[in-house]
Structure formats: structure tokens, C-alpha cells
Write a protein that binds this ligand. Structure first.
Ligand code: GKR
Ligand code: MG
Length: 422
């Protein structure tokens, strides 16, 4: 039997990178997005990578977990979960924006475990010479398809130069943004982040997208900005236009009411956000598509288990994203490649990072998809200079928690986050 490979030390580096002024039902993105890069150093000198949120309360928990991992066998993922649970304790550390639904101690723990689990899988890959996809059950596809993620947005943060995508505050702006994104990345499906303007304006944007992209499957995600009644109306008016409607209204009960009348499937990354949500969601038939996210479902192996549950209950499956960099993208690609029942294109924020990355050679999009790397582990390498630069940006930017609502209030003092709003 091969000797165990132990964890020698772990580093957690908070970083910041520029983020465009993207609008959503919580407010608007701040000029800097926060992430944390986890490096797990094994006793043989190899290093495993993980990427996660960079908000201060989460960083504190990551620090506690990191200190507890010394000596852990890199193949012992159950041991990882036990050690992190003991180090973190029962704690609920919600995010402020609520864009990934309610928080709980179980979800908080899963969120803390996740980047370490990804890093251990990366190390297992290095130790065995196999890509992570092989450790998750083997590849069922060579390329993982992504959807183009469209946002209403300002041309620039106040006082800054416009970014490459410019302003998008009406249907024409959204179609123009979609054209640029499809041209550059080749996306074959499109998602519009809604919940920003009155529903009729967003329906008009969906119609404009359908006219401009007759073959692209479309989705609309207002992040729970609508009442049940409004959701049912929008669903009726977008009949035939959407492959799914995502999180129109809050809660499993409200979603079930909408689902009973909506002509299209409902998807969620807000009302099914941990394993404990699944029994009620299935019993009520609240959602027909679960958007997994390894960052808060406990990592890649837990997300693979979620996929099996979805298959068991006949639920569709795809992946949700938040502002992220290339380590997260690589993790999503390996998971997507190992998931037989990935029934829809995966979300990604990559285009909005406008080329910023902590990796030496980030995975690239071609025809809207990312090819699964063959190299051992995640198949990506950290760029230490970029990491240092982004850590310096973190120290200098002054942002310690994502706060889309507080940032929008600076420019619109009366703004309030309301779910539902319409
Ligand atoms: O980046 O503003 C954003 C998104 O709204 C994100 O935070 C959401 O969590 O993409 C997400 C979603 O699908 O709900
Ligand atoms: Mg969503």
C-alpha cells in the first residue's frame, strides 16, 4: 500500500480584482470583488489549489479550518470534513446580499470545507498523475458548455473609465452586450440577470434577445424580486421563450405555487441551497432544475452526490456562479465533465473579470465551452506575481465584505433591497 501523503501547511490569501458595475436585485457590484485563494502544501512539496469567497466573516472561518489540517492524509476527505467541523463549530455566517438564498450552520460549514476539498483533490491528482475529473468518476464529456451571463449595468463605476462592455440599461443595451459576449466566447445559450427593472422591461429584453438570437436557449433570473402573482404572469408572458425561469420568487412554498402554473421549468440557486432543502423541494415540486455550486455545497464530491440525487428525483441540473477566477472555473469544468446528468449549460462570470486571473494560463473558452484539462489535478498553475498583486489590491481596496446594497445606496440614497419588490 502506498504511504499516506500528509498536509504540511495551508495558506489562505485574500485577494481583490476589479469588478464592473453589474446590477442585480440586491444593488450593484462594488468596484472590487473579493476572493480567497487556498494553497494546501503536501509533505512531498506538491501544492493543491482552491478558490472561495473573500468576505471577512468567511475568511475568519477559513483561517480556523486551515490551522486544523496539518498531518491530514490528502485522500481523507471524510477526515477533512470532521476536522473542519470541529475547528469551525456550529456557526452561521450569512452573506449580506442573500443572492445564494438563506444561510444556516450546515451551509456555512459546507462553504468552509469546499476550497480545502478542491485543493485536496488537486493534490490527489498530482499524487496519482490523474486529472480531477477521473477522481470524480471519470469524464463523460470532453468539453463543458457554459452560458453567456448578461447583466444590466452602468457604463462605468462613478468616476472611472467605461469598461469593454459599456452601458446596458434597456433591451437594446442587453442585445448589444450579448452580441459582444457571443462573438468573443461563442456562448450557445444566454442568461439574463433580472430583478433590476420592472418585470415588463425585463420581458421586453427577453423578447429582444429571442429576436436577435433565435437559436439560443434563454433564461431569466430575477433573484426572487417578484411576488407569486407577478411570477405567474411573467411565466405566462415568456411561454415559449425561456428554457427555464430561475428563482422568480422567494421560498419553497412560493416557488411551488409558481411552478404549478408556469409553462417552463423553474430553476434555483436560492431555495435549494443545501441537502436539507431537498426533501421539501421534491415533496412540493418547487423546482425542476437545481443549480449546484461547489463553493457552498461542500466541494466537488458533495456536488457529485447532489447530481445523483437530482437524477434520482428527475430534477434537471446545472451550475450557478458568482464573481470568480480561474481556479473555480477549473473546478467547475472537472465537475461538469464528470457529471452525466448536467442538463443545461453552466453559468460563469468569467467574461466580467475582463482577463484578471491568479493563474499563469487560465482555461480558455472556445465555442462557448471549456475543454477539460488532461494534466494531473485541476490542470492549472498559480501565478505567484498575480497572487501578490491581487493580495496588495485586497489590502488597498478597503472592501472587506460584498455589499451590493450599500454601494448602490451611495448613489441612490433611497435604495432598499426588497425581495419581492414587484
Ligand atoms: O453576480 O450579481 C451577481 C449575481 O446576481 C450572483 O451574485 C448570483 O448569486 O449569479 C447568481 C445567481 O444566479 O443568482
Ligand atoms: Mg440565480
Amino acid at each position: 500500500m502506498t504511504a499516506a501523503l500528509g498536509v504540511a501547511r495551508v495558506t489562505v490569501t485574500p485577494i481583490a480584482f476589479p469588478d464592473p458595475p453589474l446590477l442585480n436585485s440586491a444593488g450593484i457590484h462594488q468596484p472590487w470583488a473579493l476572493r480567497a485563494v487556498v494553497q494546501v502544501h503536501a509533505a512531498d512539496g506538491s501544492v493543491g489549489l482552491g478558490e472561495t469567497y473573500g468576505d471577512a466573516p468567511h475568511l475568519e472561518l477559513l483561517g480556523r479550518a486551515a490551522a486544523a489540517l496539518r498531518g491530514l492524509d490528502v485522500f481523507d476527505l471524510n477526515g477533512l470534513r470532521e476536522r473542519v467541523a470541529a475547528a469551525v463549530g456550529v456557526v452561521d455566517a450569512p452573506d449580506r446580499h442573500g443572492l445564494t438564498g438563506p444561510s444556516s450552520a450546515a451551509k456555512t460549514l459546507a462553504r468552509v470545507v469546499s476550497p480545502f476539498e478542491v485543493a485536496l483533490l488537486d493534490l490527489q491528482g498530482h499524487a496519482t498523475g490523474r486529472p480531477v475529473v477521473d477522481l470524480l468518476g471519470g469524464r463523460v464529456r470532453d468539453r463543458v458548455p457554459f452560458s453567456g451571463y448578461l447583466f444590466y449595468k452602468w457604463a462605468a463605476h462613478p468616476g472611472a473609465e467605461p469598461d469593454a462592455y459599456g452601458e446596458a440599461l434597456d433591451p437594446a443595451g442587453i442585445v448589444d452586450q450579448a452580441r459582444r459576449m457571443v462573438q468573443r466566447y461563442g456562448f450557445r445559450s444566454l442568461k439574463l440577470k433580472g430583478g433590476v427593472f420592472a418585470p415588463d422591461e425585463e420581458i421586453a429584453a427577453v423578447r429582444a434577445l429571442r429576436a436577435a438570437f433565435p437559436e439560443h436557449p434563454l433564461r431569466l433570473d430575477p433573484n426572487c424580486a417578484w411576488t407569486v402573482e407577478t411570477s405567474i404572469r411573467v411565466a405566462a408572458e415568456t411561454d415559449g421563450l425561456l428554457e427555464y425561469l430561475e428563482d422568480p420568487t422567494p421560498g419553497l412554498a412560493g416557488m411551488a405555487e409558481v411552478a404549478a402554473k408556469a409553462p417552463m421549468p423553474l430553476a434555483t440557486n436560492m431555495c435549494v441551497v443545501e441537502f436539507g432543502d431537498l426533501p421539501e423541494a421534491v415533496a412540493r415540486d418547487s423546482v425542476q432544475v437545481v443549480l449546484s455550486d461547489h463553493h457552498y455545497w461542500g466541494g466537488l464530491t458533495e456536488s457529485a452526490r447532489l447530481a445523483t440525487i437530482c437524477r434520482t428525483w428527475g430534477l434537471g441540473l446545472s451550475m450557478h456562479s458568482n464573481s470568480h477566477l480561474g481556479i473555480s472555473l477549473a473546478a467547475m469544468v472537472h465537475l461538469g465533465a464528470a457529471t452525466p446528468n448536467l442538463t443545461y449549460d453552466v453559468d460563469t462570470h468569467t467574461p466580467w473579470q475582463l482577463g484578471a486571473d491568479v493563474l499563469a494560463d487560465p482555461l480558455a473558452f472556445d465555442g462557448g465551452a471549456v475543454a477539460v484539462p488532461d494534466a494531473p489535478g485541476l490542470g492549472v498553475t498559480l501565478d505567484p506575481d498575480a497572487l501578490a498583486r491581487m493580495h496588495a489590491d485586497y489590502l488597498a481596496c478597503g472592501i472587506r465584505e460584498r455589499d451590493d446594497t450599500g454601494y448602490l445606496r451611495r448613489f441612490q440614497p433611497g435604495y432598499e433591497k426588497k425581495r419581492p419588490r414587484w
